[in-house]
Design a protein around this ligand. Structure first.
Ligand SMILES: N[C@@H](CCC(=O)N[C@@H](CS)C(=O)NCC(=O)O)C(=O)O
Length: 219
């Protein structure tokens, strides 16, 4: 199997989902660093017209959009399978992945995590407290819904790890670095325990912001 190249800015939770999936599959990969300001350059936009990370490169095949990348990886690297065979469990996986994209990231992660973690760390910005407060009602809904869907199961789509866990865990993990997590996580012991289990996996340990920054530096 040809090596996979993941083009990304270190720290992206979307890229971490891709890298963690590659780790779970024991696949050969490398990180090709993208500078934070470079995603809107003409050269980068030729690869990803929306100027986002990650982009996957595999034996001449270029692909962007994390869900598409994760499903591609699960098809070309079938073991271990990360999509449930049962249609209803697969539907729950898809649902959680879409909650990640549409509700957890849009208007929640890209506000609270941006203002608390990424902006201060990468751009030296001060948090916008009004924007963070305005994002909290949607954040409460997102975390309560993820906790409801998880219920008493070990993983989001049931008994086995799926692409949903690998996509959602990196996004939720960022919230633990914000003071808002005290309020957002507290009512959902099952979600907090799931995150701890996910963060204990070698695939998540190998793909922290620091580890990806090291891989990018070595590239
Ligand atoms: N829908 C995209 C979202 C990716 C995304 O928003 N990535 C963020 C980093 S976590 C990004 O590229 N931000 C750079 C920018 O907005 O310029 C996907 O699934 O890959």
């Amino acid at each position: 199997m040809a090596e996979f190249t993941v083009h990304t800015v270190p720290g992206s939770p979307f890229a971490r989902a891709v890298l963690a999936t590659l780790e779970e599959k024991s696949a050969p990969y490398r990180v090709a660093p993208v500078a934070p300001g470079a995603t809107k350059s003409p050269q980068y936009l030729a690869r990803h017209p929306f100027g986002r990370v990650p982009v996957l490169e595999h034996d001449g095949f270029w692909l962007y959009e994390t869900q598409a990348i994760l499903r591609y990886l699960d098809r070309v690297l079938p073991k271990p399978a990360l999509t449930p065979a049962d249609p209803r469990r697969a539907a729950r996986m898809d649902q959680a992945m879409n909650i990640n994209d549409w509700y957890l990231f849009q208007g929640v992660g890209n506000v609270i995590v941006f203002h608390r973690v990424v902006g201060p760390r990468v751009m030296g910005l001060q948090p916008d407290e009004a924007a963070i407060s305005a994002a909290m009602p949607k954040a409460r809904t997102v975390f309560s819904e993820l906790a409801r869907l998880l219920g008493g199961q070990p993983f989001l789509a049931g008994d086995a790890l799926s692409l949903a866990d690998l996509m959602v865990a990196p996004a939720v993990a960022f919230f633990t670095q914000t003071p808002e997590w005290t309020e957002l996580g507290a009512p959902h012991a099952n979600l907090v325990a799931w995150l701890s289990r996910m963060e204990a996996r070698p695939s998540l340990k190998a793909t922290t912001w620091e580890r990806v920054a090291e891989m990018a530096k070595a590239a």
